[in-house]
Design a protein around this ligand. Structure first.
Ligand code: SF4
Ligand code: F3S
Ligand code: FES
Length: 248
C-alpha cells in the first residue's frame, strides 16, 4: 500500500545549506535510497547522493537518517511510522561536497598510512600456512565494506575535527589490529598504533560497533585486543573499566 511520506533532506554545499521539506510517495518494501531516487526523479533532479550497489555491499550510500548513521540502501521505510518526518542528512564528520555527498578522503589518507601486510622475508607466496582460527579472525575484519559509518560516528572525530590529524579511527585501528594478530605478519605494530594512529584516543564507547552494517565487533575483537597488546591489561585503566562495564 503506498502512502505520502514526509521527508526533510539537507541541501547545500561547502558554503552552507539547509533542510528542505518534501512529500514523496512511499511503496511497500522500499528503502530510504528508493525515496531519494524518487525525489531526484520527480522534484529535485540535481539532488546529489552517492550510491552504487543498492545491496549493502559497496559502502557508498552512507548518510544519517533521523540522526543515526546508516546505509540508505539498507534502511527500510518500514522502520518508521507513516506519519513520521524522516530527516536525511550527510555524514557529519566529513566535509560537504554537495547535498548528501561528503568528502571522505580523510579515510583514504589514513588507509595509506597503515603499513601493508608484511610477511616474513624468507616466505614465498604459496608457502603461507595458517591455522583455521587465525583465518576466521581475519575474515571477520575483512567483511568491512569501507562505508566509513564507524569513522563518522566515533566521537573522537565527530565533535573534534582537530583530532583527525592524530586519530585514524576505528576502521584503520581495526586494520592494524588485524595485521598485528595475523600470524604471518612480521611487523610489530604496537608502537605505531599508539603513537601514529592514536589508539589511546579510543575510550571504547563502542558506538563504532553499533553502526557497523557488517556487524563487525570492532571494539571487542579488534580495538580492545589491540589495546591489551599495546599496554598490557594490568596497566590500562580503560581496558580494566571496559571489562567491568561490558563483561567480555
Ligand atoms: Fe563500515 Fe563496519 Fe567497515 Fe566501519 S568497519 S567502515 S562501519 S563496514
Ligand atoms: Fe570511537 Fe569506537 Fe573507540 S566509537 S572511542 S573507536 S570504541
Ligand atoms: Fe552500495 Fe548502499 S548503494 S551500500
Amino acid at each position: 500500500m503506498s502512502y505520502k511520506g514526509q521527508f526533510r533532506v539537507w541541501r547545500g554545499d561547502s558554503d552552507g545549506g539547509s533542510l528542505e521539506d518534501f512529500e514523496v510517495e512511499v511503496n511497500e518494501g522500499e528503502v530510504v535510497l528508493d525515496i531519494i531516487h524518487r525525489l531526484q526523479a520527480t522534484q529535485a533532479p540535481d539532488l546529489a547522493v552517492r550510491w552504487n550497489c543498492k545491496a549493502g555491499k559497496c559502502g557508498s550510500c552512507s548518510a544519517e537518517v533521523n540522526g543515526r548513521p546508516r546505509l540508505l540502501c539498507m534502511t527500510r521505510m518500514s522502520l518508521f511510522d507513516k506519519d513520521e518526518v524522516i530527516t536525511v542528512t550527510p555524514m557529519r564528520s566529513f566535509s560537504i561536497v554537495r547535498d548528501l555527498v561528503t568528502d571522505v578522503s580523510y579515510n583514504y589518507e589514513k588507509a595509506r598510512e597503515v603499513q601493508a601486510f608484511t610477511p616474513p622475508e624468507k616466505l614465498q607466496p604459496g608457502e603461507y600456512r595458517m591455522q583455521q582460527e587465525d583465518v576466521q579472525r581475519s575474515q571477520e575484519f575483512r567483511k568491512c565494506i569501507e562505508c566509513f559509518l564507524c569513522q563518522n560516528t566515533c566521537h573522537v572525530v565527530r565533535d573534534h575535527e582537530e583530532n583527525k590529524l592524530a586519530f585514524s579511527g576505528p576502521r584503520y585501528l581495526m586494520r592494524i589490529a588485524e595485521l598485528e594478530m595475523h600470524p604471518l605478519d612480521a611487523a610489530d605494530r604496537r608502537d605505531t598504533a599508539q603513537d601514529d594512529h592514536g589508539l589511546g584516543y579510543c575510550n571504547i564507547t563502542k558506538c563504532c560497533t553499533e553502526v557497523c552494517p557488517e556487524n563487525i565487533k570492532i571494539t571487542d575483537n579488534a580495538l580492545i585486543p589491540m589495546k591489551e597488546r599495546v599496554a598490557g591489561r594490568r596497566y590500562d585503566p580503560v581496558v580494566w573499566l571496559g571489562n567491568k562495564l561490558f563483561k567480555r
